[in-house]
Design a protein. Structure first.
Length: 375
């Protein structure tokens, strides 16, 4: 036990240091308050700016001038097309992504250039195809070093008719905190060897709740109508459905898309929809590939009312189209799935579908080739 003399001694020492400790405490408290205020002001400013500049797309239907459409007769009823989510050139083999449990927002610039050059070279080898559907095409984003990817790809397909719509336009994405994503402008593109007479941008219903909605894509789909010699149209749809939600958004999106497709088909047109659906096709099991024929013809159900039971969902069951991006890709270890496929009206005959597998070298998605015939 301490004696009274020792207690008095320690009290005198503590009393002498109290002014210094008090100053240190006050200083630390002030620093904490200032840092907290700075963080609050930072996030409140971002919320205000993004709320003011919140991008809200609208339904658009644009009819091209008659004189701008060359009169032509399609001598062959067979068409070839490709669908590919290029992942803004930032999600190649060695990339991960923070939204999915990784750490990366964007790869180093030299790595990004390799990915996007690989995507561009691959697309150049597909320039003989009739139709190209692309998703996650950046035009002014920090994550892709402000490359106008649509302009670059348009030069590759300079003999095609290119159409682009935005589905993601955010002034500043503040996460992750230490290295935020920043400015994002991205969208969907279709390149068609045949001049469309109408293109439409249709906005999907629903979105995330505020303030999350300020920083997420505003999902749309892009539709073009190619006039045929029969007087009917071939409708090509490029879709990129929601991700990172509990699935409810996709239910509404599919309902709208199917009703849209059904009306066009019942008017006598041919309809093909492709893209990144962010769902598995019917009967596909994520844990194992489906065995059987290369071409699957499955009722277009998606667990909700169908436009027609003879509609078909077509995909290549032998190769995955999408990989997990919580870590760099390792074949045989990284989880994979199929979420990129095509949906066809009953008057469209499937001739070939093939996933062009390259080990996810340049994107977290693989391009899917599709050849079909109009009945």
């Amino acid at each position: 036990m301490f004696s009274a003399i020792k207690l008095k001694k320690y009290w005198v020492i503590l009393s002498n240091h109290l002014p210094v400790m008090k100053k240190l405490f006050i200083k630390a408290l002030l620093i904490f308050i200032l840092v907290t205020l700075a963080i609050l002001i930072y996030f409140i400013s971002i919320l205000i700016i993004n709320s003011i500049r919140d991008f809200r797309p609208k339904d658009i239907s644009f009819r091209l001038e008659a004189e701008s459409i060359q009169s032509f007769q399609i001598s062959d009823s067979v068409f070839s097309m490709l669908s590919w989510n290029i992942g803004y050139g930032g999600l190649g083999k060695y990339a991960d992504f923070f939204y999915d449990g990784g750490k990366m927002v964007a790869p180093p610039q030299n790595e990004y250039r390799k990915y996007f050059e690989g995507i561009s070279d691959a697309l150049e080898s597909y320039d003989s195809l009739d139709l190209i559907l692309l998703q996650e095409v950046d035009t002014f984003s920090a994550r892709s070093y402000y490359t106008n990817q649509y302009r670059v790809i348009s030069e590759i397909f300079n003999s095609h008719n290119g159409i682009y719509i935005k589905n993601y336009d955010v002034s500043f994405v503040p996460v992750p905190l230490l290295k935020p994503m920043g400015r994002v402008v991205s969208g969907l593109a279709i390149f068609s060897a045949f001049p469309p007479r109408i293109y439409e941008q249709i906005v999907f219903p629903g979105n995330f709740s505020w303030p999350t909605s300020l920083f997420m894509p505003d999902r749309c789909f892009l539709s073009i109508r190619i006039p045929l010699g029969s007087g009917k149209d071939l409708i090509i749809i490029n879709t990129h459905n929601s991700a990172f939600d509990d699935g409810k958004l996709r239910v509404g999106q599919l309902a709208l898309l199917k009703n849209y497709m059904a009306k066009l088909y019942h008017d006598g047109n041919y309809v093909v929809a492709g893209g990144d659906w962010n769902i598995n096709p019917p009967l596909y099991q994520n844990t194992a590939f489906v065995s059987g024929d290369v071409v699957f013809k499955i009722p277009f159900d998606f667990d909700s009312p169908t436009p027609d039971t003879s509609w078909t969902v077509v995909f290549d069951p032998y190769y995955p189209t999408n990989r997990d991006v919580s870590a760099p890709y390792m074949q045989g270890y990284t989880p994979t799935t199929i979420i990129d496929f095509f949906v066809c009206s009953p008057n469209v005959k499937t001739m070939e579908v093939r996933t062009l597998y390259d080990g996810f070298l340049y994107s977290d998605h693989q391009p899917v080739y599709f050849r079909f015939e109009l009945k």
